[in-house]
Design a protein around this ligand. Structure first.
Ligand code: ADP
Length: 499
């Protein structure tokens, strides 16, 4: 059954990305939006758009009843949830199923099973997939917790069963800290997920976060699309992702790929998903969780495999069989993604909202931009600060990094602060360039003392002024032969042209 009309239950860059796949497939699109997103790109991009409520997501993007009503009114065949909001919410999947609307994602039973981390750990362990050592059942009380922590050995990590976004996690280094950490983790879990259930894992000290993208159709076929390395994280949130992972060789890829497929089968999984693993210093890998949805970083995989994951999701949801076998999935060159957020990296990553008064995207060979903003858009305070994803592809990691540096320098936005300068500095960091980083890399990078952005900015302004004066004096700006201009002067002139 070919799907002819899809409602995208999301906003921002991911809503636009999904609609683009629909347009290429000749599928009509329906946007939903909150009052804060009236001028959002996804609203303009869609064939039809419906306002579903006030800005807070609890009154709009999380309202299952309103979204289903809209889907029925607009007579769509299917709903794509994107990521965040209602993606991975089994009640939403059930509501779609009950109303005979195709949900573009995994079935409700798999979603429910994987949404509870202790159940997921139990299922994976039973299927023979190595999990991070620790409990497979919720912690009942402090005494039990103390016994388990002593058994697996400190440091341990307390985690929320319903967790996500790094919330409800506490590292505990010694027994004296346990009681307090248990209380605060449970309280945070209760307020973030409405469920105080927690469990304990061994804290892996220098892990790398490596995940495997999978696709599973409704006919029992499962393939993996290689790995993504996501160890550049700040407060458990990914900032830069790349594929292939600098530490994964063909043998490890094969092993992790097979483990991911096993995990998918154990959960009766269908559609696209990601199996996350932690890899320790000895390159042993442990199952972390399954993200039962499209990931933010999925385009990294698209660039190295040439497979459009959103189109595949739609085909699978329409009942089609996978059109390729494992052996037919390539790994071509290298790709990198920088998540650009409206946050001020020079001011403790404080959210930076406001109107985008100037905007110019990078371009050229090997550059891909995913964004939901445009000039004039007022970035709302209500949602995730991610405003764009910059991706680059190269024949190897070096070329992808070189292109990303160029793309970050070309990207220009006025009106809000973004994490762009932070990414740019990471791309010059020796540890990152060597590919020998782990999940603590960003913390170390910040400790080393990130060059202050204000100085960079001042330098850029100064360079722009110098360039302007030169221009006036010579009527044309010529760089003398043999002089190498500093990067900031060049960038300053580039930025100066657009002031
Ligand atoms: P969430 O669902 O909240 O994002 P995850 O289980 O996916 O939580 O973990 C997020 C990040 O937290 C991982 O990428 C890793 O950096 C860190 N982490 C999680 N579990 C462990 C562990 N057992 N040991 C060390 N780090 C961990």
């Amino acid at each position: 059954m070919a799907i002819k009309k899809i409602l995208v239950a999301n906003r921002g860059e991911i809503a636009v990305r999904i609609m683009r796949a629909c347009r290429e497939m000749d599928i009509a699109t329906v946007a939903i939006y909150s009052e804060a997103d009236r001028n959002g790109l996804h609203v303009r991009y869609a064939d039809e758009a419906y306002c579903i409520g006030p800005p807070p997501s609890g009154e709009s993007y999380l309202r299952i009843d309103k979204i289903i009503d809209t889907a029925l009114k607009a007579k769509v065949a299917a709903i794509h949830p994107g990521y965040g909001f209602l993606a991975e919410n089994s009640s939403f999947v059930e509501a779609c199923e009950a109303n005979k609307i195709v949900y573009i994602g995994p079935n409700s039973r798999a979603t429910k099973l994987l949404g509870d981390k202790t159940n997921a750990r139990k299922a994976m362990s039973a299927a023979g997939v190595a999990i991070v050592p620790g409990t497979k059942d919720p912690i009942k009380d402090e005494k039990e917790a103390a016994g388990i922590a002593a058994q697996i050995g400190y440091p341990v990590l307390i985690k929320a069963a319903g967790g996500g976004g790094g919330k409800g996690m506490r590292i505990v280094d010694k027994p004296e800290e346990l009681a307090r950490a248990l209380k605060s983790a449970a309280a945070e879990a209760a307020s973030a997920f409405g469920d105080p259930t927690i469990y304990i894992e061994k804290y892996i000290t220098q892990p790398r976060h490596v995940e495997i993208q999978i696709l599973a159709d409704n006919h029992g076929n499962v393939v993996h699309l290689n790995e993504r390395e996501c160890s550049v994280q700040r407060r458990y949130q990914k900032m830069i992702e790349e594929s292939p992972s600098p530490i994964v060789n063909a043998e490890l890829r094969q092993e992790m790929g097979e483990a991911a497929k096993k995990a998918a089968r154990a959960a009766n999984y269908n559609n696209a998903g990601t199996v996350e693993f932690l890899v320790d210093a000895a390159r042993k890998f442990y199952f972390l969780e399954v993200n039962a949805r499209l990931q933010v970083e999925h385009p990294v995989t698209e660039l190295v495999t040439g497979i459009d994951i959103v189109k595949e999701q739609i085909n699978i949801a329409g009942g089609e069989e996978l059109r390729f076998t494992q052996a037919e999935i390539p790994l071509r060159g290298a790709a990198l993604e920088c998540r650009i957020s409206a946050e001020d990296p020079d001011n403790s990553f404080m959210p930076s909202t406001g109107r985008v008064v100037g905007l110019s995207w990078p371009g050229g060979p090997g550059v891909r931009v995913e964004s939901g903003i445009s000039e004039g858009f007022e970035i709302p305070i209500y949602y995730d600060p991610l405003i764009a994803k910059l991706l680059t592809w190269g024949k190897d990691r070096n070329e992808a990094i070189g292109r990303m540096r160029r793309a970050l320098d070309e990207f220009w936005i006025k009106g809000v602060k973004t994490t762009t300068p932070f990414h740019r500095r990471i791309l010059d960091d020796a540890e990152f360039l060597a590919g020998q980083y782990d999940t603590h890399f960003v913390a170390r990078f910040l400790e080393r003392g990130m060059p202050r952005g204000a100085d960079d900015e001042q330098l850029a302004v100064l360079a722009a002024v110098v360039a302007h004066l030169k221009l006036k004096a010579k009527t044309s700006l010529q760089v003398e032969a043999g002089t190498t201009e500093s990067k900031w002067r060049v960038t300053g002139r580039w930025q100066g042209m657009r002031r």
